[in-house]
Design a protein around this ligand. Structure first.
Ligand SMILES: NC(=O)c1ccc[n+]([C@@H]2O[C@H](COP(=O)([O-])OP(=O)(O)OC[C@H]3O[C@@H](n4cnc5c(N)ncnc54)[C@H](OP(=O)(O)O)[C@@H]3O)[C@@H](O)[C@H]2O)c1
Length: 283
């Protein structure tokens, strides 16, 4: 049986939907079962279990009888480490970890945090696969209110290119690995969309879809951090975001691979597809 954590989140909810559609016995870990009370067309193979990363007893219950975990969360190190420790206690065979371009010496705090989790996973002794993704297209939803109110958005990514990926393709890659884990043990996959894009490209494609100009207003990383904090983003998240956008401006996200198609057999979704499907969210 497969356990999906973060099952109400962007990647986790799509992973559960895909596993349901392919009738894979799956447990979905949620902290608020009312969020999935309606089950949204999920098949009988999907079991919902309530648990919290901060409460190890609930994790042991959730992981009892599980073979493979799709580990996705806001990536607070202590929380994912608690899931890994519980997986070891419960005899889980394989963890498919959703991660980013992590490294122990990154200037970005959350990338150092991911590196800590990965090091713990490596030392834990069970089989694992890392899915290291480029930035999600779904991050663009955070710009929607500003686009609606000001016909444009502020951003500090300069003209940096990004191999942006639709999080649904991250979920598809994760379910492909989780349903045939032995073939992927010890592998790291670098997941991207099909194209390198800039925020200028995003503004152009949104302009075409919405039928009015969407302006990309370039700001400095320190200004961007202040904008995010004023909008209610927690200080630490705003700092990490601003650092990540500064790196993007310097070319840090300008990487593309064919790993999504290798894992899923299908080409990843493009920016154009994403915007066409979600135009109403920006209008
Ligand atoms: N965004 C990007 O561009 C990007 C790029 C590369 C990699 N990543 C990686 O993707 C991962 C995030 O994936 P995502 O965007 O799918 O996450 P998300 O949408 O933020 O979802 C987070 C999930 O974790 C659950 N959760 C939060 N705290 C919890 C707790 N204490 N106990 C149990 N569940 C809890 C949330 O439940 P509730 O619904 O109850 O809050 C939600 O289901 C991170 O590892 C990140 O580094 C992101």
């Amino acid at each position: 049986m497969i356990l999906v954590t973060g099952a109400t989140g962007t990647v986790g909810s799509e992973a559960v939907r895909l596993l349901s559609a392919s009738h894979q016995p799956t447990r979905a870990l949620v902290r608020d079962p009312s969020r999935v009370a309606h089950r949204d067309g999920l098949t009988d193979e999907i079991e919902i279990v309530t648990g919290d990363f901060g409460r190890p007893d609930t994790l042991d219950t959730a992981l009892d009888g599980i073979d493979t975990v799709i580990l996705v969360s806001p990536a607070v190190p202590g929380q994912e480490i608690a899931v890994i420790d519980s997986a070891v206690r419960q005899g889980v065979s394989h963890i498919v970890k959703i991660t980013s371009k992590a490294s122990a010496d990154s200037p970005v705090d959350r990338r150092r945090g991911q590196a800590r989790i990965e090091a713990h996973l490596e030392a834990a002794g069970l089989a694992y696969t890392l899915l290291r993704s480029n930035a999600y297209l779904q991050n663009l939803f955070a710009l929607a209110p500003m686009i609606q109110q000001t016909q444009g958005f502020t951003m500090s990514a300069g003209e940096g290119q990004i191999g942006m990926i639709d999080a649904r393709d991250v979920a598809a890659a994760a379910t492909a690995v989780a349903t045939a884990p032995d073939a992927h043990a010890g592998h790291t996959y670098w997941l991207t969309g099909p194209d390198l894009i800039t925020y200028t490209d995003i503004a152009k494609q949104l302009s075409a879809a919405l039928g009015h100009e969407v302006e990309y207003r370039r700001i400095r990383p320190d200004e961007h951090r202040a904008v995010m904090i004023r909008a209610g983003v927690p200080d630490a998240v705003a700092t990490s975001n601003a650092q990540a956008f500064e790196l993007i401006a310097e070319g840090d996200a300008a990487w593309l691979t064919s790993d999504v198609a290798t894992l899923t057999g299908t080409a990843p979704r493009s920016l154009h597809t994403f915007i066409t499907e979600h135009t109403a969210a920006f209008a």
